[in-house]
Design a protein around this ligand. Structure first.
Ligand code: GCO
Ligand code: MG
Length: 413
């Protein structure tokens, strides 16, 4: 048997997704996610023009060989566009292999190591009271872990804060179209002030611990915005609040920045959602500078790529915290859940539910109950794309915001 057809499908049910469809000569279809938020069409061109034609006629069973062919073959290695493209192929091939075996993918990765996957959801509020209401609502549903982001007095729209009010359907989608829903021509601009943030944020977590007690797991995402010494201060001040993790306190590519943060505090650290290869983690893992690996399957070279990173991390006592925002498609999300099920060093899974519109196009079989996810037992990844409906949602340019300091200096978003 061999790969007969490779199609790249772009659909925008609420937001843009890049999906790879691989069809074998005996008619088996595998799906892969190659969505790269705000740079989707670069992956489309890479897959359509450079990767697709080289796959025709290859044996679909040889996943590792295909991965190495796409990684080592072209000479230019790594980078988000390349690795999202490799991820899409890799996921589709694993989907096919598991469908052929008639088992959910996690069975081929070693079988179930647990009965369910503890997930954390996003809680935010423009004010402290709104935030508290949202978290209490989650706790009432049995959810045991929440990521907390809040508005900062004096700043406008801040990363991670939803536009919805407590009680409304949670609405947080950072990739923006233009105000009337048509294609954006450029990113929106936000304003940032690390000093205002550092003076405000620790107080929020202290109040949350007083109001909510010690049981609930609290996480926080610094979104790459602090200098090493600022991050060290924040990690130290948050230490009494028992964070499950502090994510991306500094720009992730500066791996040695976390040495300073580590020396200052025992607050657990998570990083890597913008990484795409095991080499991006080399210093962080071998020097034990982090506690959780944040890559998604989609951005880290697929099941093969992310499994390699997590196996390496496991040797150093570092756990998984797979990225699960809505800009990873339901296919990429499912792939992450299958890995989570099988590996020994599972930590937690991020869960940001896709919109109803998205889920009409992507039919999923994973479930979320009482704070725990499960990939389901449908053979393969367990996600199928409704191609006809997908075609009704054409690509609509949308961008993540950019950030400037209060004096206008360009900054990290
Ligand atoms: C997270 C992330 C996301 C990213 C988004 C960018 O921790 O879930 O930081 O919210 O901002 O995935 O594309
Ligand atoms: Mg993050």
């Amino acid at each position: 048997m061999s790969i007969e057809k490779v199609d790249v499908i772009v659909t925008s049910p609420g937001r843009n997704f890049v999906t790879l469809k691989i069809t074998t000569s005996d008619g088996i279809v595998g799906w892969g996610d190659g969505t790269l938020n705000g740079r989707e069409l670069a992956v489309v061109a890479y897959l359509r023009d450079h990767v697709g034609p080289t796959l025709i006629g290859r044996n679909e069973d040889n996943i590792e060989d295909t991965w190495q062919y796409l990684y080592r073959g072209p000479y230019w290695r790594r980078g988000p566009v390349t690795m999202a493209s490799i991820a899409a192929v890799d996921m589709a091939l694993w989907d096919i292999k598991a469908k052929k075996a008639g088992v959910p993918l996690y069975q081929l990765l070693g079988g179930a190591s647990r009965s369910g996957l503890r997930a954390y959801v996003h809680a935010s509020g423009a004010t402290y009271e709104d935030l508290l209401d949202v978290i209490r609502g989650y706790m009432a549903q049995g959810i045991t872990a929440v990521r907390v982001q809040t508005g900062i007095p004096g700043l406008g729209q801040v990363y991670g804060v939803a536009s919805s009010k407590p009680g409304e359907k949670y609405n947080y989608e950072p990739a923006l179209r233009s105000a009337d829903g048509t294609a954006a021509t450029r990113p929106a601009e936000e304003t940032w002030d690390s000093r205002a943030y550092l003076n405000y944020m620790p107080g929020v977590f202290k109040r949350l611990r007083e109001d909510l007690g010690t049981e609930i797991r609290l996480l926080h995402d610094g979104h790459h915005r602090l200098t090493p010494i600022e991050a060290a201060r924040l990690a130290r001040e948050l230490e009494p609040c028992d964070l499950f993790w502090l994510e991306d306190p500094t720009p992730a590519e500066d791996q040695t920045a976390l040495r300073l943060v580590r020396r200052a505090s025992t607050t657990p650290l998570a990083t890597g959602e913008v990484f795409n290869s095991v080499f991006d983690y080399q210093t962080l893992i071998t020097e034990r500078l982090i506690d959780y690996v944040r890559s998604s399957v989609t951005h880290a070279g697929g099941v093969t790529g992310l499994k390699r990173i997590l196996d390496f991390a496991g040797i150093y006592g570092i756990k998984s915290g797979i990225h699960g925002p809505t800009d990873v498609s339901p296919i990429g999300m499912a792939a992450g859940l299958h890995i989570d099920m099988a590996i020994h060093n599972f930590g937690i899974q991020e869960y940001m539910p896709h919109s109803e519109e998205t889920l009409k196009v992507f039919h999923t079989s994973y479930t979320f109950k009482n704070g725990f996810l499960h990939p389901g037992d449908t053979p393969g990844l367990g996600v199928e794309l409704d191609e006809e409906l997908a075609a009704a949602y054409p690509y609509t340019a949308a961008y993540l915001p950019v950030n400037r300091l209060t004096d206008g200096t360009m900054y990290d978003w």
